[in-house]
Every structure is written in C-alpha cells, then in structure tokens.
Design a protein. Sequence first.
Length: 338
Amino acid sequence: MAVGARMVESVLSPQASPRLLPRLSFSQLGAGVTAATVLVVLFGAVVRITGSGAGCGQHWPSCNGEIAHLPKSVETWIELSHRATSGLDFLGVLGLMVVARQRFANHHPARAAATAAFVLILVEVLIGARLVLLNLVGSNLSIDRVVIMPAHLVTTSLLLGALTAATYFGSDSRATGLPAGSPVRDRERLGAARSWVAAAATLLMLVSMTGAVTALGDTVYPVQGTTTLEHWQSDQAEGAHLLGRLRALHPLLALFGVAGLWAAAARARAATATRGVQVSSLGLYAGGGAALLVGLANLALGAPGYLQVAHLLVACLLWINVVWLLAMLWDAHSRRAE
C-alpha cells in the first residue's frame, strides 16, 4: 500500500512532467474521481441485474482460482470488468488523498474528506470481497445478503458524499459561492437551513437503504403481473416472499423523502440569495421530481433492468447535489460566524 501511494504521489506531484499528466486543479481531479465512482456504482448494478456476481465463483481477488483468467462466459466478462474498473477507481481515490495531503493543511476540510473517502473505499473493497467469498450474489436470498446490501449502499453513499465534499472544499473558486458582501440574510436562518438539509440527507439515506432491498427483490424475486395493481397484489399475496412484501415500502418512503428535500430546498433558498445555493436548491426540486418520475415508471413497467440503472443514476446525482448544498450552507454559516 505504501509503495502504491508513493507511485501515485510521484505521478501527481507538482514536479511531475506535464507531458505525463497535465496539472489539474484539485476540484477537477475530485470531480473526475466522483464521476468515475458513480460509473462504478452503476456497473455494480449491472452486475447484480445480470446475475454476474458469481462470474468468478467464490474467489477473490482471483477469478475462478486464477490470477490471470481468460473469461469463458459473459457473466465472467462482466464481473472481471467490474473488478477492473473498481480497481482503477480505488487508485483514483488514493491519488485524490495523496494530492490533498500535498496541497492542504492538516485540518483543511478537503484533506479530511479525501482521507475519509479513501477509508470508505477500503470498506467497499472488503464488502465486495465478502459478497463474493460468502456467495452472497446471484439468486442468494439469505438474511446475510438482505442485511449487507443496505450496508453496502450506505458505504457507497458516504463515499460519494466524501468525494463531493472534498471536491467542494478543495475548489480554488470556492469563495465565489459566497462572495464578499453577499446577501446572506442572517446566521440563524443559515443554521436552520443547514439543519433542514442535513435532516433531508438523512431521510434520503434511509430511502436509499430501502431502495437497495427493493432492488435486490427485483433481481431475485421478479415482479409478477402486468399492471401496478397486479404487481401489488402478487407482492402482498399469502405466501409471498418477504422481499416482495417489502417492495411497497420504498415508494411510500420515497414520497416523504422527496417532500423533505423540497422543504429543505425552500429553507435554503430563503436563507441566502447566493447563486450557488439558489442553483443547488433548484437542483433538489428537479432531482426529486425526476426520481419520482423514474420510480413511477419502475412501478408501472415492473422494474426492468435499464430503468433500475436509470433510477440509481438519478439517486446518485440527487445525493451528490444534497451533499454539495450542505457543504455550501456549512461554509456560509461558518464564514458568517467570523
């Protein structure tokens, strides 16, 4: 690990040849790593939907017991590709932490967030290994899998949140979100808005956890029937699987989650007229509406794989926006106190 960190540091250092790597701003690097992480998350959903998690058998980090393995099935290709992209993302997060340690002081929030992101991606690696080694993939319906999927989702969300915070606080133009003399109305309203957004983020995390269980149910216990009513009747019928019965929980909780996001956005917009907060708050309105529309399409069409991936993408972008808004409000509140 230490050798890898030194290699990344040598490549990303300011003294590195510009022919090897153009000098990126920290926020550009953070945005790139965050985008790559979102793609890896979506790829993970493809692995689940296609049942490719067992493509390498119960072997990790090797594939079917071989370090250099030539895939003989589509499932193995998908699983190996996911592992490869996850490995590259791991190096990206490691590189972000190394650069943060170079460019920022010990207690700088960007440095702390980048370090947290690296710790979280280590946890993600361990969770991924556990899923494979314990065969918690494919059509496995054990309680272990039902428990670990929401935990996996929480870790992923925290990782994306840490990367987003690192990107925001490491931005050279961070001050433009709160220019000198900006019309920040009062510190109390900023504090209240920050609390509302934090509460909405917590509720969104809970919604996402139920979404992870629902997505698992959609994979191993497919929706029955052709209409939404038939879907619900099948899920709640006597003898239906627990994952089917729980499927109704996510959309109901999502309604409260989106309502909370919209209420938090209204509070943020009322607290300060700064452009960044106003734009990000509007993003919560749009993102919440998009999540509801894609969710309704999932319900109506029986959760086809492509819509599951689209729903996850909207959820990731919405979560990133929430964390970005929370970071701006935290920043505004702190500066107002100075």
